[in-house]
Ligand binder design. Sequence first.
Ligand code: GSH
Length: 240
Amino acid sequence: MIDFYYAPTPNGWKVAIMLEELELEYTTHLMRLGDGDQFKSAFMAISPNAKMPAIIDHDPPKSYGTNSVSVFESGAIMLYLADKFKRFIPTDPLGRKEAMEWMFWQVGNQGPMAGQLSHFVNYAPKDQQDYGRKRYGGEYERNLAVLEKRLGGQDYILGDYSICDMIVFPWAFIAKPLSASLDLFPNVAAWRGHIKQRTAVMKAINLCKADQNLGKTNVSNNKILYNQSAVHILGSGNKE
Ligand SMILES: N[C@@H](CCC(=O)N[C@@H](CS)C(=O)NCC(=O)O)C(=O)O
């Protein structure tokens, strides 16, 4: 059994897709990020960066010992599960190396740039959006172009469907709400269309859909999520 700490955002969907693709039994713990669930000490004990997604696996591989195993960061969670079940990741060294490259590309490039773009499009004060939208909109599209070239002549990022597609898909899925068009990126548009139709993906992006933020909390009405500093991690910002 797996405990899944989740909120319905692109970063949450990544792991939800993997859990659904593996057809695993899991218990979803919905995180109210606007209320500060991420800063509760029990959650920070498993996710020290105070962000979801995170999992606790109560039936880890024997080589991990007998205790439950917690994993934070979407990329680490997906690699852990791929290795545990030996699925959705190439087994040959060259293929695994490429999987690592695209996983790290997602968590170090596409994800953060898209996340910042989303901040400026959806949550920043209206009169302070311009520079952020220009900077991160450009970076978001630059990353779409990287993906476009990679998908030239192949259906999926590694050839076969893998954790790399699952981790990259969510932020490409919401291109339109991020004010980006896929017109310049026909390979990405076709790939996005194929992945979107998978049963596991549909289940994942609908998980706790009614709890999506969609701009409900924003910089003007929420001080927990949008005005963070070291205090949130070091102490007096913590909630029990
Ligand atoms: N690099 C992380 C990003 C996770 C992340 O940014 N999660 C956000 C929601 S999309 C979160 O938990 N935010 C809570 C906060 O910022 O306080 C991953 O890929 O797992």
